[in-house]
Design a protein around this ligand. Sequence first.
Ligand code: G1P
Length: 317
Amino acid sequence: MSEHSANPSTIAATGRPRAFKAVIPAAGLATRFLPATKAVPKELLPVVDRPVLQYIVEEATQAGIGDVLLITGRGKTSMVDHFDRRPDLEARLTEKPELLAAVQRPSELAEIYTCRQPEQLGLGHAVGYAELHVGEQPFAVLLGDEFVKPSEPLLPAMLELQARTGGIVLAFFEVDPADTKRYGIASVEPAESELTDVGEVVRVTGMVEKPKPEDAPSNLAVLGRYVLPATIFDAIRRTEPGSGGEIQLTDAMELLRNEGTPVHAIVYRGTRYDTGMPLGYLQTVVQIAVERDDLGAEFRKWLTEFVNSDASGGPST
Ligand code: G1P
C-alpha cells in the first residue's frame, strides 16, 4: 500500500468523492487465445517476467487505487494466488533480495478481493457482480487484457474528470475504420470548455458495441478503462443481451446516457498494450522487452539482426 501516489479518498473541488475502488473483470474464457488459455488464465500470460494482470493492478496502484476486485470464474483462481504471499518461496530467496522483492511486490500493490461470475454472459453481466463490493461510490473498471504505458498514464485524468462530472467517463483511441467491429464505438461532440484542462476531452452523444464499419458513427473506440457511477448496476439489470448475445457494458452505459447521465471521454494518444489476442500479445512483449533496463539493449540488438536476416523473411544485410 506504500506505493499509492495519491490519497484515494481525496475529495475533488466539486465535493464529489473520487473513485477509489477498481474492478477487473477477468472471468472470460479467452477463446481468442486457445489452446494456451485452456488451463492458464490469459491474465496470467507473462509479459517478459510479470503476468499481464500485474501490469493492470500496477496501473490502478499508480492512480491511487488501493482496493481491487477481481471478477473471476472457474479455473482462474491462480490469478488470486499471484497476489498472495508465498512464505515458502520467500524463505528460499533471502540471499537474492531483488528476486525476493519481485516475489513480494504483487501482494503489496493493493488489497485484492474476488468474486465469481458463475456464467460468462458478457462484460456488463460481469461488472454487475461488483455491486455489493462497490456500494454507492463511483468506481473504475479495468479490463484484464489491456494496459497503458506507465509513463503515459490515463486513469488519473479519468478519475479527475469523473469527480467533476459525476457521470460516466471513458477513454477512446482511434482505430482503423475497418476494425470497428472489435470495439465499442462512439459519436462525440466538443466537451464543455471548463473540462478541457483535464486532457483531450469529448462529450459522448452515442455508443454502439461492435458495429460493422458501414454502421460505425466514428473510429473512436472504447479503451478498456471506465470510471462509472454506481447507477450502472441498475442499468445493467435493465440491459437486454446485445452484440454476440451478451449483456454489454456499452449498452448499459448507453441506457444511462439516454436517461440523462453525462458521458465524457478522454481521447488517449499514448501507448496502449492489447494482450487479448496473439498478435497484440506478441507486440506487447516486444515493446516492453526492448525498454527493459536489464535486457532491453541485448534484446534490441538481437531483434534488429533478426528482422534483417533471411530467417525472418526480412531484408538480408
Ligand atoms: C470490450 C468492450 C468494448 C471495448 C473493448 C476494448 O470488448 O465490450 O466496448 O471497446 O473491450 O478492448 P471485448 O474486447 O471484451 O470484446
